[in-house]
Design a binder for this molecule. Structure first.
Ligand code: GDP
Ligand code: MN
Length: 397
């Protein structure tokens, strides 16, 4: 599950990671109140208005703006709230901004220069270890750094059973070129950040920039946090942070009926049982010259009700030109699935306007094929994988 910047920062703060202070606002008027409150709490003279959407690169797209007075806060917040913000990470039409984070300005002048670092915590699956990636070249162009000067990105591997050791935190602070108080602050920051990552059951923390202020404090100015969905059951307060406005509406609906659905860009809808078979089916569709419109794993109970729900979800995507049903009947018998397909088709009446190819393999596959073939419906059956692919190819041609 993805979080907004302000939610990610709340989590960081709760584990003692220093953050740039901010207050969420849903309107220009709330933004002004937030700014006043921030000045009362932190003494800040300037503010930053930051669009809250589930995408990075907001600065480049005009979604992060410095405001030097309450009047500017009002003007800028008024403009950003309600806009469709386009960034390198959003769809070309952008994402609607529904709220902004008003923050204190932390790039104030002082005894030393400010520096922007990059830092992320994630899992290195190949090594079975957690990993902190970091760089002196933080800020808005980290992708270019990774591409052109990858030697400027360091990694620190952490054994999950031992945790982050003090010398590792010191090595990070050292490699970032810090000394004195900033060095101490950085070791504290990294240690708290790693604790937060593990404790929150996160799969990604990306803090870009981590700022060294002009008076040598280290803080998170941005926060991209992704939590592991499978662990949300033990973090109700994080599960409540889900923002359905930011998610694909078809995926939200699929989740509500317990279907494992991921929306994709192609034209062939697929309904499959089992994630592995779903992946293989998507490959098959590509080989046949189509593009999968979705990943959909209906799971172990492909009865009529479930098949119908899956049909309805697939058909919500207007790009779908054909549907391929590829079910292996192990525990669930093929004839029951076939009956489910036929019943669902009949129940849905005119809703299904695209050709359907059904491949049922496994227990009672022959009975299932006969059921489909004799149903009188515009459903084509296939037994072999290749046969199904050929039929998909034929209907797309
Ligand atoms: P992103 O563009 O979506 O990654 O959003 P960020 O939260 O990283 O903000 C973008 C940029 O805004 C940062 O890289 C900073 O350069 C700038 N910025 C953020 N906070 C402040 C601030 O308090 N003062 C000033 N002057 N600039 C800031
Ligand atoms: Mn950023």
């Amino acid at each position: 599950m993805n979080l907004h910047e302000y939610q990610g920062k709340q989590i960081l703060n709760s584990f003692g990671v220093r953050i740039q202070r901010g207050i969420v606002a849903h309107s220009a008027a709330e933004a002004v109140d937030a700014a006043k409150q921030l000045t009362a709490e932190t003494g800040t003279k300037w503010y930053v208005v930051k669009a809250q959407i589930h995408a990075g690169g907001r600065g480049k797209g005009g979604g992060v703006k410095l405001a030097k007075s309450l009047q500017e806060v009002e003007e800028i917040a008024g403009k950003i709230i309600g806009m469709d913000l386009v960034t390198p990470q959003t769809p070309p039409t952008g994402k609607r901004v529904r709220k902004v984070l008003i923050t204190e300005d932390v790039y104030y002048p002082g005894p030393s220069e400010t520096s922007e670092f990059y830092m992320s915590v994630l899992m290195n699956r190949a090594k079975g270890r957690n990993m902190i990636m970091y760089s002196t070249e933080g800020g808005m162009d980290i992708e270019a750094v990774a591409e052109k000067t990858p030697h400027l990105i360091f990694t620190e591997e952490i054994d999950p059973t031992i945790g982050l050791l003090p010398f590792q935190a010191r090595r990070i602070a050292f490699n970032l070129g810090l000394s004195g108080n900033a060095f101490k602050e950085m070791t504290k920051f990294v240690t708290a950040l790693y604790t937060a990552y593990v404790s929150a059951d996160a799969s990604l923390f990306e803090i870009n920039p981590v700022l060294k202020t002009s008076d040598d404090k280290i803080m998170a100015v941005d926060a991209k946090v992704v939590l592991d969905d499978n662990a949300l059951f033990r973090h109700q307060q994080y599960a409540d942070m889900r923002d359905l406005n930011e998610e694909n509406p078809i995926e939200v609906e699929a989740k509500a009926v317990g279907l494992n659905y991921v929306d994709l860009d192609g034209n062939v809808g697929c309904m499959v049982n089992g994630a592995g078979l779903a992946m293989a089916t998507m490959d098959l569709i590509k080989q046949a010259g189509g593009e999968p419109a979705n990943f959909l794993d209906v799971g172990g109970t492909a009865d009529a009700k479930r098949v119908e729900e899956a049909f309805r979800i697939i058909l919500k995507d207007p790009a779908v030109k054909a549907i391929l049903i590829n079910i292996f009947g192990g525990i669930v018998r093929c004839d029951r699935v076939a009956q489910g397909v036929v019943d669902a088709y009949k129940n849905m009446g005119d809703a299904i306007k695209v050709p359907i190819i059904v491949r049922l393999q496994g227990t009672n596959a022959d009975i299932a094929k006969a059921l489909i073939d004799n149903s009188g419906l515009a459903v084509q059956s296939a037994v072999e994988f290749q046969e199904a692919a050929d039929k998909v190819q034929a209907v797309l041609a």
